[in-house]
Design a binder for this molecule. Structure first.
Ligand code: NAD
Length: 343
């Protein structure tokens, strides 16, 4: 049985989530840790028992010396594109990068192009795809439990780029990963703050239409009272995915009352089960040549929606897909509105 040699680039907070996935995989061995702060890499090694892993401060040196099979990139968003492209150039067979993809649509496209040219694999940590609550909800839709899916309402706490990438990605999953056709979006460009070095808007609303006719209305901004993650309306029933318990309930075809469905975990975590499934997706992709559910092609779809949303807010038009390779972001929209984004 082949063991995959894993290296980390970035050993901060989110790296621990990746570590839980690798520790549970019999096929993975963590052999290298890279962080500009050696103390962070050492603390990370100690916390997770990666005692034999070699520590580096420079990822290019690590790539050259270690030649890992899998790399986990756990860096701030602005660094993703360059580091992914360097990993592709070094022919790392599986590059697993944190979300969101990149600070512009152009950057996101360039990452995928570089990896496809190098013939390696790129995945993004849209780990919510593997959570039982979303998997079960999609199964119910596929079984026809609410008739035909017509409309999705999705609620994002804030920041359509950083948090929103999960919410938009889940909207795709709930609709069977059908392609999107167009989006009409608006943002409240007043500063919401800065997150991992990238300024974000205060609030936003997006009306997304998929090629199969399903529509999704995604609202973003502080809305704690809603307690809603997603609501799915079908021709004969509804499903709700809720922040607090019960996390999943259905008003199924032929019933007038809500029925609660028990699922492991919540909308964010299932005792790391989701990360074990992510690492299995990657190792199965490598060993069996399988398509990966968390592939860059899926991440690109969610990213395209987000940047088209900004483009729509900027141009005050519905944006049809595919989105041309623009550099439009929240900062562009804020600038056009005469608002200086918070650094
Ligand atoms: N998937 C999720 O649900 C989820 C949740 C939280 C954060 N994230 C994403 O994870 C990313 C990182 O977040 P974090 O909370 O781990 O940040 P962090 O600041 O805790 O960790 C980043 C680490 O990278 C190191 N670093 C910086 N530059 C480096 C370089 N050039 N080479 C090597 N190491 C370098 C830093 O020293 C730090 O230890 C962000 O893009 C964020 O959006 C994803």
């Amino acid at each position: 049985m082949k063991t995959y040699r894993v290296a980390f680039i970035g050993c901060g907070r989110i790296a621990s989530l990746h570590a839980e996935g690798y520790k549970a995989s019999p096929l993975c061995k963590v052999v290298a840790l890279t962080d500009v702060k050696t103390d962070s890499a050492k603390a990370f090694a100690e916390k997770h028992g990666f005692c034999d892993a070699e520590i580096f401060t420079d990822y290019k040196t690590m790539l050259r010396k270690v030649r890992p099979d899998i790399v986990s990139i756990c860096l701030w968003t602005g660094l993703h594109a360059q580091v992914v492209k360097d990993c592709a150039r070094a022919k790392v067979p599986a590059i697993h990068c944190e979300k969101p993809m990149a600070p512009t649509w152009k950057d996101a496209l360039s990452m995928v192009k570089a990896v496809e040219k190098a013939g390696t694999r790129l995945t993004f940590n849209h780990q919510r795809r593997k959570l039982p609550v979303f998997r079960k909800a999609r199964e119910l839709v596929e079984e026809g439990a609410i008739g035909q899916l017509l409309r999705i309402e999705a609620f994002n706490p804030k920041n359509i780029l950083d948090w929103g990438t999960h919410v938009v990605d889940m909207t795709f999953k709930l609709n069977g990963d059908k392609p999107a056709a167009r989006i009409l979006g608006q943002i409240d460009a007043r500063e919401g703050g800065a997150w991992f070095g990238i300024p974000f808007e205060q609030a936003a609303i997006g009306w997304l239409t998929f090629a199969n006719g399903v529509t999704a209305v995604i609202q973003s901004g502080d809305q704690k009272e809603m307690n809603l993650g997603f609501r799915l309306h079908g021709t004969e029933g509804d499903i709700e995915i809720l922040e607090t318990e019960p996390h999943l309930r259905i008003r199924a075809k032929g019933r007038s009352t809500w029925q609660v469905l028990k699922v492991k975990g919540n909308l964010h975590d299932a005792k790391n089960e989701q990360m074990q499934a992510i690492m299995k997706d990657i190792t199965d992709g490598l060993s069996k040549g399988r398509k990966m559910e968390i592939s860059a092609r899926h991440a690109l779809r969610a990213t395209e929606v987000i940047y088209a949303w900004f483009e729509s807010a900027l141009t005050r038009q519905t944006i049809e897909f595919p989105l041309k390779p623009t550099g439009t972001s929240y900062a562009t929209v804020a600038k056009a509105a005469g608002i200086r984004p918070k650094k």
